[in-house]
Design a protein around this ligand. Structure first.
Ligand SMILES: NC(=O)c1ccc[n+]([C@@H]2O[C@H](COP(=O)([O-])OP(=O)(O)OC[C@H]3O[C@@H](n4cnc5c(N)ncnc54)[C@H](O)[C@@H]3O)[C@@H](O)[C@H]2O)c1
Length: 590
């Protein structure tokens, strides 16, 4: 297990050492020259050791669930997490909008197992320009070009290496940085991107601890840039329809909800990337290593996101208290033993973690995490309402009280009661009536794009909101609330499962907005934006073909020796004409 040294401890030790050297030198000089020599030697050894520790602590970007800056205190048996004050001049970003972006210029960072499929999906979203592809490993970035080539879009610029994303983020022709790296790199990439004026979309979990949550909130509030959590499960068909039903009162008041990420990952552990800077001497790869080192629900958002939307979190209600409890690590330890031959002394993440939360309005949410033990995939998604019940796993069902649908013109609902689930034809009729408008727009295409369709719907919605200048479906406070379970749960469990009071990430504004809502453009405007997006993408494809960009790109890539520079120059020259060529085509078609 790698040594994690809190920056504060290091700074403290360093400070103490300075004091020691200074005081020790003075005393010894006055009283004992031999002692002085010994002290000096000792000090030198201490100083070297400290420099080594410092170097180790800053060598990696290793995020951990417990952030060094979190401050908390006990209040009548509850752990209260301090909320940092909103810096002067900063305002909340509820309902944040940015100027409409007609063509969304996007760059992808992190192209391992997950990232390339986002590139693929964006190739099918009109009005998008894929400007850059970046992965630690250049071949991975290069491989994702194939999606652009296949779609007839222009080649993207390639970036690689630990800090390749910095050059990418400094470009002035990117609107959105889409991040799908390992967990340790989500934050540094997002921070750098926002500091360089880019909207960010971050895979889940987008922030690994409270410090990162607060920094991203501050950045979004300061820069007025979007920081979007890529929580695809909010866009799954059952969840979206259930949200539409909830919003029309089908379940009455939702008083309790459950969500989970139960997915045994043994077939993936060895496929995750291995960070060469991360001292992974046991060859565990980043995700298993992160679980080994960190307690708490480290992957809470698939379960929590969709139910938080149904419960209007920070739109009229908020999480106030949490308690967490985990099992011992049995399977996790076994897995490590299987890999290394030795049972680890400690495996921080229990095999099954349960987090219970209470809200200001007296409701309860239960979230579970288990990536260790063999059992069917399950995100639970259960809503308990005063008039009905929805449950997605193992089979999607609804149970509705007899009078709940009176006056809603829901068909085929005679003789229902909540002691049994709706009959198949009743379920079908209910889902038809409440088919979510976002699914009507993007749902069918989503099904063609893999992973159940929800990923495409999420990406298409993100682009739709950016193109229309609308607030995004999830804001930076959603990101913080959903991701904070890791650290808050770890604090609870490390203190005998004590109650932990949530910080209010909106810093006083959780009750300003009433009810969760998606934003939509006015239909005429929406149609205009869509037409412009379609025209742009068609023009980009035409211009790419006309400029022969892929042939020139391949020639530059494959050329060797002296010919390489000339071939590269030819490609760069042609690529520089792309925008003008697109503009010409668009003008001719007007
Ligand atoms: N929403 C979902 O359903 C879903 C599904 C799978 C994964 N994910 C998330 O997607 C992310 C990626 O997961 P994965 O399975 O693809 O992991 P992976 O290990 O396969 O890929 C991570 C990639 O990040 C790259 N990377 C690391 N440091 C980098 C840096 N400094 N610059 C550029 N690239 C860097 C690595 O080279 C690697 O290719 C994770 O956050 C994961 O939780 C989400």
């Amino acid at each position: 297990m790698s040594l994690f040294v809190s920056r504060e401890i290091v700074v403290y030790l360093f400070f103490m050492q300075i004091v020691r050297i200074f005081v020790g030198y003075k005393e010894n000089q006055l009283f004992n020259i031999n002692l002085l020599i010994k002290m000096k030697k000792l000090n030198r050894i201490f100083a070297i050791a400290l420099v080594a520790i410092l170097a180790m602590s800053f060598q990696t970007v290793g995020a951990q669930s417990l952030s060094p800056s979190t401050k908390w205190h006990w209040d009548k048996g509850t752990i209260v997490i301090d909320t940092p004050e909103r810096p002067a001049g900063q305002e909340h970003v509820l309902g944040l909008t940015a100027a409409p972006i007609q063509t969304v210029r996007v760059a992808f960072v992190g192209l391992g197992m997950r990232g390339p499929w986002a590139v693929m999906r964006f190739c099918h979203i009109p009005g998008v320009e894929i400007v850059a592809l970046c992965d630690y490993e250049a071949e991975r970035a290069e491989k994702s070009q194939d999606f652009l080539r296949k779609a007839g879009l222009a080649p993207a610029a390639i970036y690689s290496g630990e800090k390749g994303y910095e050059e990418l983020c400094k470009r002035d022709d990117i609107d959105l940085v889409y991040i799908a790296t390992d967990w340790n790199h989500h934050f540094p990439v997002a921070k750098f991107a926002m500091e360089n004026g880019k909207h960010t979309a971050i895979e889940v979990p987008s922030a690994m601890n409270l410090e990162q949550c607060w920094e991203l909130i501050d950045l979004s509030e300061k820069t007025r840039l979007h920081c979007f959590i890529l929580e695809n499960c909010c866009y799954d068909y059952y969840e979206m329809n259930a949200l539409a039903m909830k919003q029309d009162g089908v379940f009455g008041e939702i008083i309790r909800a459950e969500g989970a990420y139960i997915h045994e990952l043994s077939q993936f552990w060895r496929s995750y990337w291995q960070d060469p800077n991360d001292n992974d001497k046991d060859n565990l790869h980043w995700r298993l290593k992160y679980n080994l080192e960190n307690r708490g629900d480290v992957y809470a958002t698939h379960g929590l996101g969709p139910v938080a939307q149904c419960m209007d979190i920070h739109r009229g209600d908020r999480f106030t208290t949490l308690i967490a409890m985990d099992t011992e690590s049995f399977a996790g330890k076994d897995w490590v033993k299987g890999v290394t031959g030795n049972e680890p002394k400690e495996f921080r993440n229990g095999d099954h973690t349960t987090t219970l939360m209470r809200t200001a309005n007296g409701k309860v949410v239960e979230i579970q995490h288990n990536v260790m033990t063999p059992q069917p995939y399950n995100r639970l998604f259960k809503l308990t309402g005063t008039k009905g019940y929805a449950t997605k796993y193992p089979t999607p069902e609804y149970a509705i009280a007899g009078d709940a649908l009176a006056g809603t013109d829901a068909p085929k609902m005679d003789n229902i009661n909540a002691h049994g689930f709706l009959k198949p034809e009743q379920k079908k009729a209910l889902e038809k009536k409440y088919y979510h408008p976002i699914l009507t727009k993007f749902g069918e295409k989503g099904r063609e794009m893999g992973h159940g369709g929800m990923d495409y719907i999420m990406d298409a919605r993100l682009v739709y909101c950016l193109q229309n200048g609308l607030p995004l479906d999830m804001d930076v406070y959603d990101m913080a609330e959903w991701c904070s379970l890791a650290e808050l749960g770890a604090i609870s469990m490390d203190n005998n499962c004590a109650a932990v009071a949530f910080p209010d990430f909106t810093r006083g504004h959780w009750n300003d907005v009433k009810g969760y809502k998606h934003a939509y453009a006015e239909p005429t405007k929406e149609a205009e934006v869509e037409a412009a997006a379609d025209a742009y993408t068609a023009a980009q494809k035409e211009a790419t073909a006309k400029l022969n960009l892929w042939a020139l790109y391949d020639a530059a890539k494959n050329a060797e020796g002296k010919a390489k520079a000339a071939a590269e120059k030819k490609y760069v020259k042609a690529a520089a004409k792309l925008d003008a060529q697109i503009a010409k085509i668009l003008k001719a078609k007007k």
